[in-house]
Design a protein around this ligand. Structure first.
Ligand code: HEM
Length: 507
């Protein structure tokens, strides 16, 4: 009798557990039954990776034309919602900005040595808010911003002098490398250059590390980032990335120690003369600071500052020069504008820019056609409804800025380089500013936008004012290629000859 009872009890227990599991599942399903964005048919394991043929921005644009402005994409095991229209972008970046103010990590995290210390990928929380406030009140604002702009101008003068020498010798230059050098030196001096401006080898060392880090990070194939190969590091790129980051850690730790050890010797009373390292170490020491910074957060912050500011800015200037070389009529209009305002006895300055609307329009148009960050990334902090679709908490969102800025319903002949569209009343842009997002928008918008714009204007202006340009091995520069992966920043060489037309330093 007793064993039969035990068996019946056991069976009852199993059946009731199964029923309970089914009940919970069906409750969950009924809760998650909503109107979700459509999706292309996906393959097992890889999801939609096989549909991504060319660069990510153009592949997503092709799919969006078929599946709509809000669609779901699965890359390996990771799901995303891709946004491709201005209305949805506006809802995410303005109406529900706080609900979407976190970001997801773009690449593989397993090899990063500063896990959880990121600012640029931080969740919308105490650390990010604290650093953003620091950015807006101390790092990139007012007189500090002016000082950094002046550093940029000094670096542009160096570039022009070096190009004048090349021109004299009849030598070609790799414009990409020259421009990256200018933007890197500018950001380096603003970040930690107060004491190290005379130590070019340290700047070069950091540049080398950032270049290698970007190279390894960019070389991960989509399948390795999102797919089933994620854990295996089959080609050893993860290991190499990790080693490079360890090298960076040693270098930056040394710099931080040096700043701290020589605190009194280099004491800098005047706030305006402090560089970013001074300000961060002061905050690090401050026992009353709202958030206690860690050394890893400071180290990672510098790495992200270089990554966010250097190649992006250099890539935009490079695209500008390519488009201008390919459009001699636009080059001529721009040069005539500069000559008429600046005259013919000095180099263009940042303070001339407000009087140069065509130069500003050229920069705007380049950022529209060739955004170095073609996607904005967001992570939803709670359930919401966007453009009639349900978006669950924890959804990873890509906003395809590249596609928005080429929308034929907003821009006439969107594939064409036409700076005029940004002149005068600018009818194309009225009330449609969510079609123009090269620096993102909302809480997570680019904090370096003002600095970046002044570097763009001063450098493009000087290159047009001082030189005629001839592309080595061919008549035209190749503007067709777009960046692949997440970033549109384009680092391939641009070999060309500068031909001196005006030397502002001639005695
Ligand atoms: C032409 C040059 C640049 C372009 C086109 C650009 C564009 C962008 C974009 C699109 C974002 C993401 C915005 C969003 O998600 O809404 C971003 C973020 C960021 N940018 Fe820039 N950027 C440029 C230069 C700079 C410079 C010079 C700096 C610093 C000196 C900088 C620092 C940052 C940082 C720290 C973030 C992360 C902000 C956050 O997550 O809260 N950028 N940038």
């Amino acid at each position: 009798m007793a064993p039969t009872l035990v068996l019946t009890d056991f069976l009852l227990l199993i059946i009731s557990t199964l029923l309970l599991v089914l009940l919970v599942k069906s409750l969950r399903n009924s809760k998650s039954k909503g109107k979700y964005p459509p999706s292309a048919p996906a393959l097992p394991i890889i999801g939609h990776i096989h549909l991504l043929k060319s660069g990510l921005p153009t592949s997503f644009a092709t799919l969006a034309r078929k599946y709509g402005p809000l669609m779901q994409i699965r890359l390996g095991a990771t799901k995303f919602v891709v946004v491709s229209d201005a209305k949805s972008a506006q809802e995410i970046l303005r109406t529900f900005d706080t609900d979407f103010a976190s970001k997801f990590q773009p690449g593989p995290t397993n090899y990063h040595i500063y896990e959880d210390s990121s600012f640029a990928n931080a969740p919308y929380g105490a650390y990010w808010k604290f650093m953003k406030k620091l950015f807006m009140t101390k790092l990139l604002t007012g007189s500090q911003l002016q000082r950094f702009t002046n550093i940029g101008e000094q670096e542009t003068i160096k570039l022009i002098k070096s190009l004048l020498n090349r021109s004299k010798a009849g030598e070609p230059c790799d414009l990409t490398a020259e421009l990256t050098e200018v933007t890197h030196s500018t950001i380096y001096k603003m970040a930690m250059g107060r004491r190290y401006s005379n130590n070019p080898s340290q700047a070069a060392e950091i540049r080398k590390i950032i270049t290698v880090t970007l190279k390894y990070a960019a070389k991960f194939h989509l399948a390795e980032v999102f797919g089933p190969l994620q854990k295996f590091d089959l080609f050893g790129k993860g290991k190499r990335l990790n080693l490079t980051l360890k090298g960076y850690d040693q270098l930056i730790e040394q710099i931080m120690k040096d700043y701290q050890d020589n605190d009194l010797k280099y004491n800098c009373e005047n706030d305006d003369e402090k560089d970013v390292m001074d300000i961060l170490l002061e905050t690090y020491k401050d026992a009353d600071a709202e958030v206690k910074l860690t050394r890893d957060q400071i180290k990672n912050f510098f790495m992200e500052l270089f990554m966010a500011g250097v190649d992006t800015t250099a890539a935009v200037i490079r695209w500008a020069m390519e488009e201008l070389i390919n459009h001699p009529n636009i080059f001529k209009i721009l040069r005539e504008e500069i000559d008429s305002i600046v005259g013919n006895n000095r180099l263009i300055k940042e303070s001339d820019v407000p009087k140069l609307p065509y130069l500003q329009a050229v920069a705007k148009e380049i950022l529209r056609l060739h955004p170095p960050s073609p996607f904005l990334r967001r992570l939803s902090n709670k359930d919401s409804k966007i453009n009639g679709f349900d978006i669950q908490k924890g959804t990873r969102v890509f906003i395809n800025v590249y596609m928005l800025m080429r929308d034929p319903n907003c821009y006439k002949e969107p594939e064409k380089f036409m700076p005029e569209r940004f002149l005068g009343n600018c009818t194309e842009m009225k009330g449609r500013d969510f079609h123009y997002l090269p620096f993102g928008r909302g809480r997570r918008g680019c904090p370096g936008a003002s600095l970046a714009k002044s570097l763009l204007h001063a450098t493009i202006g000087a290159l047009v004012q001082c030189f005629d340009w001839k592309v080595k091995d061919g008549e035209k520069a190749d503007t067709e290629a777009t960046g692949t992966g997440y970033s549109g920043a384009f680092a391939s060489p641009l070999p060309c000859y500068p031909i001196t037309r005006f030397d502002p330093f001639q005695e």
